[in-house]
Design a protein around this ligand. Structure first.
Ligand code: NAG
Ligand code: NAG
Ligand code: NAG
Length: 477
């Protein structure tokens, strides 16, 4: 028992010595607090009783004092700071990197000391980007202590962790962080996590990334039948991401094979999000639809023609760079050769074609809708045309199928010629044959008589020659 109590009492003694020894050290040591440039920080005067006067200092310079009323000092952050009259906490607004250092709060005969460690994060282009750009972050730190070696990780706007490429200078003052190539879906609030073991720092600093672009940026194909009304539209994301800068853009049209693009319209969006559009002189008639969703660029082709097909590209321009989104308009038409009602026994070729070759997941198909029998003909892969020979009346339908979906279709009715037309045709053909036969006979008869005339003339000439020769002979004799 005795042994035991001695151990306990000696332990208490050791504890007391340690404790008493530590108190003065702890009082001198200043509490670490983290601040972020551009934001506000609240410095807490720990243990201050109510209704006590207080002086806040930055090193030796007085920031502010509170003696029943507020009084100002002359420190650099004086005009950006305020003392809370109840808690006596000091709030420093719009923090700067140079605000790092030792802050003290003095009341009665007490002094509370705080070491403020400031981080500053800047992002290239002020956080405004187009797709495929690579943002660069700069993280800087300043403190009264030796600067720690930082470990930096990022959290994507969708909260996924990102381990970026970081380079730093030897003094640990400045870190450069390279992100990846951006996509519009990267827009949002990101977090930069700064960590150090000694002193222990775990600080999250948020920053915004805005990637201006289209809601559906991939090349899209749009199918239309000739003479139908087509609306082509592009939805911009500037409202969704709260883009705060002005930008411009245009809509161009280019035919499949052609190298020249024609400008259909240009537009601009102001920093306040107001959208203006101007129609350009164009090669064909189009309209800007009256009612269209907000932040959308659109054109309406009231009666689309086969040669309106091609690439329609919407382009956004910001800061000398651009991003574009293309829609390919594919137009389908049907025709017959020869055209017109089909006489009995005759044939016609129905032609269904699209303005550009189809991708492998799409094809054209002629189908007899009604009539005497079912009939179907499909186009070969990558062909822009399908033909079918028709020898009887019926309604035919050509449709474009993509991934087993009927996208568009057109009807072509083949009518039977009325019976009298058939007779006229037959009659005409018989009449024609008779005529040809007659003409042929005439020619033959003519030919024969001409031959005879020629022979007669030849004989007469021979006789004349003969006589002449005889005469000569007589003279010589
Ligand atoms: C920092 O942010 C990440 C991501 O949102 C979160 O998981 C983490 O707990 C935060 N850390 C601190 C210290 O707030
Ligand atoms: C934006 O478009 C409007 C209307 O076309 C025009 O008056 C204005 O000058 C344009 N602004 C810019 C910055 O291009
Ligand atoms: C085909 O069907 C349409 C409508 O269903 C009808 O008007 C037409 O007379 C039909 N034609 C033939 C040749 O059956």
């Amino acid at each position: 028992m005795e042994l035991c109590s001695t151990v306990v009492s000696s332990m208490i003694a050791v504890f007391l010595v340690l404790h008493l020894g530590l108190i003065p050290i702890m009082a001198q040591q200043s509490e670490l607090q983290i601040g972020v440039a551009g934001q506000a920080v609240i410095l807490n005067c720990r243990g201050i009783p109510h209704h006590t006067d207080v002086i806040w200092k930055y090193y030796k310079a007085v920031i502010r004092l509170f003696r029943g009323t507020h009084l100002k000092g002359k420190a650099t952050m004086t005009d950006r700071s305020e003392i809370n009259p109840n808690t006596k906490h000091l709030k420093v607004l719009d923090l700067r990197l140079s605000d790092a250092g030792i802050y003290t709060c003095e009341y009665d005969s007490h002094t509370v000391s705080i070491s403020l460690h400031v981080f500053k994060l800047t992002i290239s282009s002020d956080g405004h980007f187009l797709p495929n750009e690579v943002p660069e972050l700069t993280v800087m730190q300043n403190s009264s202590h030796p600067l720690p070696d930082l470990k930096i990780t990022l959290f994507h706007s969708s909260n996924n962790i990102v381990r970026p490429k970081v380079s730093q200078d030897k003094t640990h003052q400045k870190y450069k962080v390279m992100l990846k190539q951006l996509e519009t879906t990267d827009s949002g609030t990101w977090i930069c996590h700064v960590h150090s073991d000694s002193p222990l720092i775990n600080q999250n600093i948020s920053f915004d990334i805005k990637v201006l672009g289209f809601q559906h940026p991939a090349l899209e194909r749009k199918y239309a039948t000739v003479n139908s009304t087509v609306i082509l539209s592009w939805q911009l994301n500037f409202q969704e991401i709260k883009w705060k800068e002005g930008f411009t853009g245009q809509l161009n049209w280019k035919q499949q094979e052609s190298a020249t693009a024609y400008e259909l319209l240009d537009f601009n969006v102001t920093a306040r999000g107001e959208q203006h559009e101007t129609e350009k002189t164009s090669r064909f008639q189009f309209e800007i639809p009256e009612s269209k969703p907000k932040s959308t660029i659109a054109v309406k082709l009231p009666k689309v023609r086969f040669d309106h097909s091609g690439q329609y590209q919407c382009q956004l321009v910001y800061n000398g760079k651009y991003v574009q989104s293309k829609t390919e308009l594919v137009v389908m038409k049907v025709s017959a050769n020869p055209v017109g009602p089909l006489p009995r026994g005759a044939e016609t070729t129905l032609i269904c074609q699209v303005s550009s070759p189809l991708p492998s997941n799409a094809h054209l198909c002629w189908e007899r809708v009604n009539g005497t029998r079912m009939d179907i003909k499909k186009s070969k892969q990558h062909e822009a045309k399908v033909e079918v020979n028709v020898s009887s009346a019926g309604l035919w339908n050509c449709h474009l199928i993509e991934d087993n979906d009927r996208k568009i279709s057109l009807n072509y009715p083949v009518e039977e010629a009325p019976v009298w037309i058939s007779y006229v045709v037959i009659g005409a053909s018989i009449g024609g044959s008779v005529l040809v036969f007659g003409l042929a006979c005439l020619c033959i008869i003519n030919g024969i008589s001409w031959q005879r005339r020629r022979q007669r003339a030849k004989r007469m000439a021979q006789a004349r020659q003969y006589l002449l020769e005889n005469k000569t002979c007589q003279c010589q004799q």
